[in-house]
Design a binder for this molecule. Structure first.
Ligand code: PRX
Length: 662
């Protein structure tokens, strides 16, 4: 629900300054002619400009088939291969140029040229085929930030097997759920990776996931962090587990021709949290997605082949898929990958890498910026780097953090783009084009070319554009990077993204409106300011978490009777989960917190650990017995409680507040 009192909301927005992009930036930018916005208003043909950046085996007949909304088809009858576009087509011009510059946590370095990438991806494609993978089989990956990850993704793309990478921080249970949903016969993992000096045994999660999954996994392919030295605690199960190094060594085939994929054939799945306990497999198409990833990498991130570009995200999330792997490699640039944590072994690690590789474009999250700011400027001292362009993604950035980023990291002469988008959208939807639009700290900015966002009230009526009133952010027209569907569940696709604001019995695409789940304000200057999620999804340090997922994990603790998870605003992580529980009659509350934490770690992963666990006598409920999470959220955030008269027991919230103050 949107805050009813929009005027109050607007009043809380601080005054904002604008910053012009420096002339040196504008002079060299990939796009510096405002006519681009008009070109893309020619809808949908404008998007051909992105598709033209790719090499197609056969060209599309029609840009968009919108006859069956919301199942749109892009670049109809076009054919291409994503791995060919990210590797093979660059070989003539830049086979000796570094494609991936990998830095291990321990300082190990690997420069993988486009020729090396070609060789490794071909060999891995052959290995996947030997493991029984066929075109259209979904392969589940559980790979950390090792070169193995992009190599395996591109190898899957080469043979037309959609990959489904599960972020390495997810637990065995979360991996098992995703293996089951995707129906994968083959899983690709690694024996280990470094985290703050420890070589973690990562393989054990895949072992446990194979036990937990209902699906029988035929093969688990295991990359080694140190080739030829399997992690001492990793066990291989005879008949099921195979070392990738052995598969590669024993394989005579060094080339696998890229298969011809229809533009609409799926390229990958990316599971994300929604408003129910079960994560959704966002299914992305080959042609439209790659075109959109490439186009926005060129126009928004301003990537050129000669750049060294570093997106300090994890490839296990959508940001890494689009803006470490597919977009940058499709443009033939050098993309940096980093295995480690930003503060290990010291808090200057990021700047050390930026200097070492002479990074031109730097991409990070507001959570990271807030952390750098908290650590202080002294960690930047003595490091010589010069970013031309900087990006933030994943959360709203407060003007204070933006200004610090601009001044201390950008030396007040880099451009910053705040990019708003989602796992579902495939690429940026609201963001400035850096040479054309002034920067405005705290605002994501204008719609990307061809994108038509709007603000709707809860009844589904459009709020007047540029009115400055808060509402539901929706997208009124399709775009090539959008998800095709929720894997295996077209109904859920419609329910989650379309039903609220569309006329779902209509065949007219104008009646179909995509719901983002975010609240936003469209200001007078045409800039959008994102306010955050309006649904039961939280954004913890840029990681998206469903409160229902957390609640179902917490409810598994035997002693817990009822659980409610709400979001608390956090100065560093943006939001953090607070857990409120009631216990079953007569149970001993001792040790419950530990059990709850363990349940969350087991079902989701360590990154989802609750901030606070509050054991209460009763939860605030309506007369019909519905838990009023809004009130708990107000308690967590020290906000006014507002109207409590509809509660079955109106004294409950105050009692909880008193309990917390004691
Ligand atoms: O709430 C918005 C927030 O992150 C959500 C999408 O999360 P996810 O699918 O994990 O993708 C994150 C990376 C693209 C959105 O619904 N979000 C994303 N970018 C921004 C943002 N909030 C404010 N400003 C942004 N730039």
């Amino acid at each position: 629900m949107v805050d009813d009192d929009n005027s109050e909301l607007e009043a809380r927005l601080p005054d904002q300054d604008y910053y012009r992009p420096p002339p040196e930036f504008v002079g060299q930018a990939n796009v510096s002619d405002p006519a681009i916005y008009d070109r893309f208003e020619d809808f949908p043909e404008g998007f051909e400009e992105y598709a033209e950046l790719l090499e197609w085996e056969s060209r599309w007949d029609e840009v968009l088939d919108d006859s069956n909304p919301p199942f749109y088809e892009w670049f109809v009858d076009g054919e291409l291969n994503a791995s060919y576009n990210c590797i093979d087509r660059h070989l003539d011009e830049r086979k000796n140029q570094t494609a991936l510059l990998w830095e291990g946590e321990d300082g190990e370095q690997r420069n993988i040229t486009y020729q090396d990438l070609y060789r490794e991806v071909n060999k891995m494609a052959a290995a996947l085929e030997d493991a029984g993978v066929e075109e259209d089989d979904v392969v589940t990956l559980h790979l950390p930030m090792l070169p193995a990850l992009p190599i395996t993704m591109l190898a899957c793309a080469r043979i037309g097997a959609p990959h489904s990478e599960v972020f390495a921080g997810f637990s065995a249970q979360a991996l098992a759920d995703r293996i089951d949903d995707a129906g994968s016969d083959v899983v690709v993992t690694a024996d280990g990776y470094y985290r703050r000096g420890d070589l973690l045994n990562h393989k054990e999660k895949a072992d446990e996931a194979c036990e937990l999954a209902e699906k029988d996994v035929d093969k688990v392919l295991v990359w080694e962090r140190h080739e030829g030295e399997l992690h001492p605690d990793a066990e291989l199960e005879e008949g099921r587990d195979v070392l990738v190094s052995e598969l590669l060594a024993n394989n005579e085939r060094t080339r696998v021709d890229p298969v011809t994929r229809d533009a609409e054939d799926p390229l990958f799945l990316m599971y994300t949290s929604g408003t129910t306990g079960k994560p959704k497999g966002c299914q992305h198409r080959t042609g439209g997605y790659l075109a959109y990833a490439t186009g926005t990498s060129k126009y928004v991130l301003d990537i050129k082949p000669e750049d060294t570009y570093w997106c300090a995200a994890d490839i296990g999330w959508i940001t890494g898929h689009t803006y470490i792997v597919y977009g940058p490699l499709s443009l033939g640039t050098t993309s940096v990958m980093f295995e480690g944590a930003p503060d290990h072994p010291h808090k200057s690690r990021i700047w050390e890498i930026a200097e070492k590789y002479d990074v031109d474009i730097f991409h990070t999250s507001p959570t990271a910026v807030r952390q750098f700011m908290k650590w202080g400027e002294e960690y930047l001292e003595g490091y010589d780097f010069d970013f031309r362009h900087m990006t933030t993604v994943g959360e709203p950035i407060q003007p204070e953090a933006w200004n610090w980023y601009y001044e201390h990291i950008g030396d007040s002469d880099a451009v910053i783009v705040d990019t708003w988008w989602q796992t579902e959208t495939g690429g940026h939807l609201i963001t400035n084009l850096p040479a054309l639009d002034d920067m405005k700290p705290g605002s994501a900015g204008k719609p990307a070319p061809g994108i038509q966002p709007a603000i709707y009230d809860d009844r589904g009526d459009e709020i007047e554009p540029a009115s400055g009133r808060a509402g539901n952010l929706v997208i009124e027209r399709p775009w090539p990077g959008m998800l095709q569907t929720v894997y295996g569940d077209d109904d859920r696709f419609i329910d989650e993204y379309w039903r609220d604001f569309s006329e779902t019995d209509s065949d007219d695409p104008e009646d179909w409106v995509y719901k983002t789940g975010d609240g936003a304000v469209h200001a007078q200057d045409g800039y959008f300011r994102i306010l955050g999620r309006l649904d039961d999804v939280m954004n913890v340090a840029g990681h998206r978490l469903g409160t229902m997922e957390l609640e179902s994990a917490v409810s598994e603790v035997e002693e817990v009777a009822e659980a409610a998870v709400v979001s608390r605003n956090d100065p560093e992580k943006g939001e953090v989960p607070d857990v409120y529980v009631t216990l079953r009659e007569g149970v001993d509350p001792g040790g419950i917190e530990d059990k709850i934490v363990a349940a969350v770690e087991r079902d989701i992963g360590k990154f989802a650990r609750p901030n606070a666990i509050v054991i209460v006598d009763d939860l605030p409920k309506t007369r019909s017995g519905k838990i009023m999470r809004r009130l708990l959220e107000n308690i967590s955030n020290d906000d006014d409680l507002g109207d409590t008269t509809t509660l079955r027991d109106p004294s409950v919230p105050e009692r909880i507040r008193d309990q917390l103050q004691d």
